[in-house]
Design a protein around this ligand. Structure first.
Ligand SMILES: [Zn+2]
Length: 241
């Protein structure tokens, strides 16, 4: 795996030990061009960075060393972890994103991502369930890497988790409301078990959290409503943990 070294000054002064690395967070750059993204991620004025950037041809750049804390996650929570920069490796995929023209992730880009994730998982013993997207950990603020990101394909390579429900069966439960309170509670419990962190009980928060879950695990319909399809998926996923 070829990695080109680049340098971003945007990282914390204090180094971290290897065992602080628990999570991989996947992003998209969400800018007009690769060049623009690289400039931003390396400019001290913006105070943002990531450990790696993968362009659409699959070229991998290292911007920050693994033992340095890059600034990619911002305010974020996952399972028992908070403010995830200190516990995570950030990987940016070049993609214009929802604002400038969200496109399918390229094959070469995904193949490089797979390679780098495999090597990081092995090196830092990262749990499968801790390979996640920015929107999973910052659902109020972020929607990257978005619903075109092929989580299922990655899970086939043991990167991240995916459910084992039959799509044709699931489809029948789409848009069927969860009516019983105990099912609603079970659903939230399962999301929690997967890693989603509920910092608020407000409806607006729950809607965004649900959209984050859907963007990851039910990409065909992202509406923020809890339906039985989502319930079944969450139940299936939580059983694997
Ligand atoms: Zn992001």
């Amino acid at each position: 795996m070829k990695i080109s070294n680049f340098y971003s000054p945007n990282f914390s002064k204090k180094k971290r030990p290897n065992n602080a690395i628990k999570i991989i967070i996947i992003h998209y750059t969400g800018m007009q061009s690769e060049r623009e993204s690289m400039i931003r991620l390396c400019n001290p004025r913006f105070k943002v960075s990531s450990h790696f950037v993968i362009n659409q041809n699959g070229k991998i750049y290292r911007l920050v060393q693994d033992n340095q804390i890059a600034w990619h996650a911002g305010k974020s929570c996952w399972a028992q972890y908070k403010n995830l920069n200190k516990n995570s490796i950030g990987i940016e995929l070049v993609n214009k994103g929802h604002q400038f023209g969200y496109t399918t992730f390229k094959k070469k880009q995904l193949s490089s991502l797979t390679k780098i994730c495999k090597s990081l998982i092995k090196k830092y013993k990262i749990k499968k369930k801790n390979v996640i997207g920015h929107s999973d950990v910052s659902p109020l603020r972020k929607i990257d890497p978005g619903e075109k990101f092929p989580w299922r394909q990655l899970a086939n390579n043991k990167i991240g988790i995916w459910h084992s429900c039959k799509p044709s069966l699931l489809r029948k439960y789409r848009n069927i409301k969860i009516l019983e309170k105990k099912d609603k509670i079970k659903f939230i419990k399962n999301l929690n078990k997967i890693g989603y962190y509920f910092s608020s009980k407000k409806k607006s928060f729950l809607v965004k959290m649900l959209k984050a879950f859907q963007r990851h695990y039910r990409q065909e319909l992202i509406n923020g409503h809890a339906d039985k399809e989502c319930l079944i998926i969450a139940q299936n996923l939580s059983k694997k943990l």
